[in-house]
Design a protein around this ligand. Structure first.
Ligand code: GDP
Length: 322
């Protein structure tokens, strides 16, 4: 990509999209287009068609999606299915019609089969049953990947799909009903500390393992793949390291300075037992994650504390995570 190329970052107010947008700005790209969901509802085909017809972007980062944690996915499967199918159908098709040079679509580690051998190779996709708590989201994302592959096969479009693990960092979603585990725990520990509570409740058994990737590492990976990867095969992005939920809770406890007790709530679902990505393929191309979990959590916590009022005022689903 040249610094003057026209680049559309779809979902620039979400966790990943915002990080990609800032990264491109810092690199010196001067022709980045963004639209908030209020300005352009990506679920509306006519509006998306019109936008692409007028703007004619050369490159598209498709980071717009409805994403949420285990509770949200389990409670609103229809919304996760419909919104994501509409967004990706509209954007990917318009990218084809308007001759976009390259598009990057975000999949997720949670769309691999529930009982995949670990670490999860790219070839395990569609090799078994999905995790029921986020099946609707997974089916939508799988359709997006297949759509990119179909458009490459039939029309020669250079559309690629990237598979991140659980993402976190500044700009995350801290609405406890919808958040993923990492921001949810940061908020719970922080509030327990300032309220002098004796306990923090962590959902489930604490034994599931998750891989957490700092969003700035993810943004760099997206840019790296936009520059260096042209294939119909999906590609994993991750750290290659995972932690149990209880280990994560201990780190969050340390980072926030909470001194009370952790309680496990066995009535809440565990979800997939483990989803560690095999990252040999992207490592072989030359990209490696840089941020370790404790440092990334500390950075995220600083941002959360600084913008606390803003974050807790937001009742939201976030744009794109895992
Ligand atoms: P998942 O990766 O799709 O399962 O989504 P989450 O990030 O929401 O949850 C990951 C794991 O963390 C699950 O086993 C949850 O039960 C567990 N967990 C523990 N406490 C929390 C919490 O406060 N919020 C969320 N979202 N998950 C939690």
């Amino acid at each position: 990509m040249n610094l003057s190329d026209k680049i559309y970052v779809a979902g620039h107010n979400g966790l990943v999209g915002n990080s990609i947008f800032k990264f491109l700005q810092n690199e010196g790209f001067i022709n980045i287009i963004t639209k908030s969901s209020k300005e352009l509802d990506l679920r509306n085909k006519a509006l998306v068609d019109e936008f692409f017809r007028i703007e004619k972007p050369q490159f598209v980062f498709l980071a717009a999606a409805k994403v949420g944690g285990i509770h949200a996915n389990n409670t609103f499967p229809a919304d996760f299915y419909y919104d994501n199918i509409c967004i990706q159908n509209n954007v990917i098709h318009a990218a084809y019609v308007n001759k976009v040079e390259k598009l990057l679509f975000l999949g997720s580690s949670c769309i691999y089969p529930k009982n995949s051998p670990q670490p999860i190779c790219e070839s395990y996709l569609l090799n078994g049953y999905l995790e029921p708590t986020n099946e609707a989201y997974a089916i939508a994302k799988l359709a997006g990947i297949k759509m990119c592959q179909a458009y490459r096969q039939q029309y020669g479009c250079n559309f690629i799909s990237v598979m991140p693990p659980n993402l976190y960092g500044p700009g995350d979603n801290y609405d406890l009903d919808n958040a993923h585990v990492l921001p949810a725990l940061l908020r719970k520990f922080h509030e327990a500390k300032i309220n002098n509570s004796e306990t923090v409740t962590v959902w489930g058994s604490g034994t599931p393992k998750r891989e957490f990737l700092f969003v700035e590492d993810m943004a760099l990976a997206c840019y790296f793949l936009m520059e260096n990867y042209n294939s119909n095969a999906i590609i994993n992005v991750g750290t290659g390291i995972d932690h149990t939920i209880l280990q994560l809770a201990e780190i969050a406890k340390k980072v926030t300075g909470f001194t009370g007790q952790i309680i496990l709530d066995a009535n809440k679902p565990d979800g997939t037992p483990r989803k560690l990505l095999m990252v040999d393929k992207i490592n072989a191309l030359g990209w490696f994650a840089k941020m370790d979990l404790e440092t990334g959590l500390s950075k995220t916590y600083e941002d959360f504390k600084t913008n606390y009022e803003y974050y807790i005022s937001k009742k939201q689903f976030s744009s794109q995570g895992a």
